[in-house]
Design a protein around this ligand. Structure first.
Ligand code: ZN
Length: 368
């Protein structure tokens, strides 16, 4: 097996291709395009220009999705206490939030002093979404990640909030990017660097919405179920127009990401206490997390964490020895998480042998 000499991704997994110098297509694209284009100083100027232009024109300046994790909490804190924005904080209640998570979120929004509510989609549509994503592509996270993201834009549109500002880390954002990637988030991120214009945003977001709606529609075997989910979570592309089009802004495209600094600042500002699982790459308080990672390994000889670890290494934020150790740990065979798989079956209303069937029909030959 051949490895990229810079980020240690393996050829044949995750569309990795090595050149004659043993450098992969992700590393090349990062060096030749991403690193140059997403320049922090330029991006920050664009961010500040946007806030100055829009501030106070609408009931809320921005919407922030709050998961209870440190990154989204930090973004919320910065926007409210440093930028002085009027923010609506929303937590997507996916049905997996623990009592601890509820209390933690209620506590932090009280300390930051921001309007907040838990958004609960109609249960039936939510369940159908998880079921379709699990049985069709063995990836229930699609329902949370894609659903939650586009739901935020839908809420922005309905409440006339011009920005949805999220706290995805640079590693998460760049982990899927290589030359020719079909990741629609690249176009959304590139828009963050342009002058703000509803007309331009509408022009870019409209086809992305059509594309993602079609992708989601294809997860379903019947149009009625598909439409119930689409109506609950997604705008129609045509709802974006030059009079008003909410924009998704990546806070950490325009502000440096430093995990230790984030924790320190949150601890000083709102008495943030680090929870056991709140480290980089952890996804706390999700009952089906272990099942998702286990099932991905079952699909092929690769682990879901690899691209993100490789991105940290590529961006020079850990040393090679530590990165190598993290990758080796991630590649170790995961034990079957019975409880988590049971939760997934409950959430989707399906049986375990249906999941097994889905794994068999999705098994990828990643070494091909
Ligand atoms: Zn590489």
């Amino acid at each position: 097996m051949a490895y990229c000499k810079s980020c240690l991704l393996r050829e044949g997994t995750f569309n990795v291709r090595l050149d004659g110098n043993q450098v992969c297509n992700y590393c090349r694209y990062y060096k030749d395009y991403l690193k140059i284009t997403f320049n922090l100083d330029d991006a920050k100027k664009k961010f500040v220009d946007r806030m100055n232009k829009i501030k106070g024109k609408y009931e809320y300046d921005a919407l922030v999705g709050v998961s209870g994790g440190k990154d989204s909490t930090f973004v919320l804190h910065q926007l409210v206490n440093v930028y002085g924005l009027k923010v609506l904080a929303v937590t997507y209640d996916n049905g997996f939030l623990t009592e601890f998570a509820y209390r933690n979120i209620e506590n932090l929004v009280k300390k930051i002093k921001v309007d907040h509510y838990f958004h609960t989609p109609r249960l039936k549509a939510q369940k159908e979404f998880y079921k379709a994503a699990t049985l069709k592509i063995v990836n229930p996270c699609t329902a949370c990640a894609t659903g939650g993201y586009f739901l935020a834009l839908k809420i922005c549109h309905e409440r006339k909030i011009p920005f949805f500002i999220h706290g995805r880390t640079p590693y998460q954002m760049f982990s899927t990017m290589y030359e020719g990637t079909d990741d629609p988030f690249l176009f959304i991120m590139e828009m963050n660097l342009q002058e703000h214009s509803f007309r331009k945003i509408a022009g870019v977001y409209k086809p992305i919405h059509e594309h993602v709606r079609n992708y989601i529609k294809n997860l379903f075997n019947n149009d009625q179920e598909a439409n119930a989910v689409l109506n609950e979570f997604f705008l129609e592309g045509s709802e974006f127009n030059s009079a008003f089009a909410p924009e998704s802004l990546a806070y950490f495209l325009s502000h440096a990401y430093n995990e230790q600094k984030i924790k320190r600042e949150l601890s000083d500002a709102i008495g943030w206490i680090e929870t056991k699982n709140d480290t980089l790459l952890s996804h706390h308080d999700c009952a089906i997390h272990d099942a998702v990672f286990y099932l991905f390994q079952q699909l092929g000889d690769a682990d879901l964490l690899e691209p993100e670890i490789a991105a940290i290494l590529r961006m020079g934020d850990i040393n090679r020895a530590d990165g190598k150790k993290m990758l080796e740990n991630a590649r170790r065979k995961r034990e079957k998480p019975y409880e988590s798989i049971k939760s997934l079956c409950q959430v989707c209303g399906i049986k375990e042998d249906e999941i097994e069937e889905a794994v068999n029909s999705n098994r990828l030959n990643l070494s091909k």
